[in-house]
Design a protein around this ligand. Structure first.
Ligand code: ATR
Length: 277
């Protein structure tokens, strides 16, 4: 029996056991996936001894992603560039591998909902310069986007990211966003604005081309103000729930040997469990 877990502190709110539990059942796999509280003080030691804890791997969430990054013996390109690990697995030689699957989750969601989304152009605007922003910038660059504008309330953080990711990324100030919008083939919100309990994201989408794709990584609520405005303007839009579901795919495949699908049934189950609207 192969066992995996989602680890973090606190961990009770995680939806990952529902997602992986659904796939384990769907594929008739004798395995388990539980939520395990791992305080940051003991995190690196814990990740360094997964087998001792009966685990073949795990997901890592707040506040342990940097600890997992340090604990991993081998990192893939996404983890290296993003600087944080959300998925760990022991390979056949017992080596602890680390990846960051948030960017792949972002791509998987768009690929599934709007298969031609990246044929639309190669200029994107990323709102926000936190951890989630790094994963999405990595994803866009890996798909060949050649101009990724990073707009953030604190411009210096956007500039730091642009320096990290190189010449295809450009920091822009939040105040001049209106002008930059006219350039974009894709607009993505990676800030916490629009999340339940946070202020709404209110930007004037007037200058945005009607073919530009608008997407949000916020999934609670499903229909954020940004997505509503995009729809009202006739722009194609994609909500953030699929990113949460798709980021789980690579981990499941590593731990249990089957590549699972993000089905409508899975999505409906999570929407119901979380009471999303
Ligand atoms: P995560 O790891 O989820 O990306 P984070 O690192 O805390 O979270 O980043 C949150 C992002 O939301 C940041 O880009 C933040 O902008 P600042 O860098 O200026 O703090 C952005 N954000 C949060 N609240 C905001 C607000 N009220 N207005 C504009 N941006 C906000």
């Amino acid at each position: 029996m192969r066992n995996a877990a989602v680890t973090g502190h606190p961990i009770g709110h995680s939806k990952s056991p529902l997602i992986h539990g659904y796939w384990l059942k769907q594929h008739g796999i004798e395995g388990s996936y539980i939520a395990q509280d791992v305080p940051p003080e003991t995190a690196e030691t814990f990740y360094g001894s997964l087998a001792k804890h009966g685990l073949v791997g795990c997901n890592v969430t707040i506040p342990n992603k940097e600890h997992a990054y340090k604990a991993a013996e081998k990192l893939d390109d996404a983890a290296k560039t993003i600087g944080a690990v959300n998925t760990l697995w022991l390979d056949e030689d017992g080596v602890l591998n680390g990846s960051n699957t948030d960017g792949l989750g972002f791509l998987g969601n768009l690929d599934q909902i709007l298969p031609d989304w990246d044929n639309n152009g190669n200029k994107a605007i990323v709102l926000g310069a936190g951890g989630a922003s790094r994963a999405i910038i990595w994803a866009l660059l890996s798909r060949g986007f050649t101009e990724v504008y990073i707009a953030n309330r604190t411009l210096e953080k956007a500039q730091k990211l642009a320096d990290h990711f190189g010449p295809n990324t450009i920091a822009v100030s939040w105040d001049t966003l209106g002008e930059t919008l006219g350039e974009a083939d894709l607009l993505v919100n990676t800030t916490s604005l629009g999340m339940a309990g946070q202020p709404e994201l209110t930007i004037d989408l007037n200058n945005l081309s009607k073919s530009a794709v608008v997407t949000d990584i916020v999934y609670s609520p499903l229909q954020t103000n940004l997505l509503r405005e995009a729809k009202a303007q006739g722009n194609p839009s994609v909500d953030g729930l699929g990113m949460l579901l798709h980021q789980a795919v690579p981990g499941f495949e590593k731990w249990f040997g089957v590549r699972p699908h993000v089905t409508a049934e899975l999505r409906e189950m999570i929407v119901k469990e979380m009471g999303l609207t």
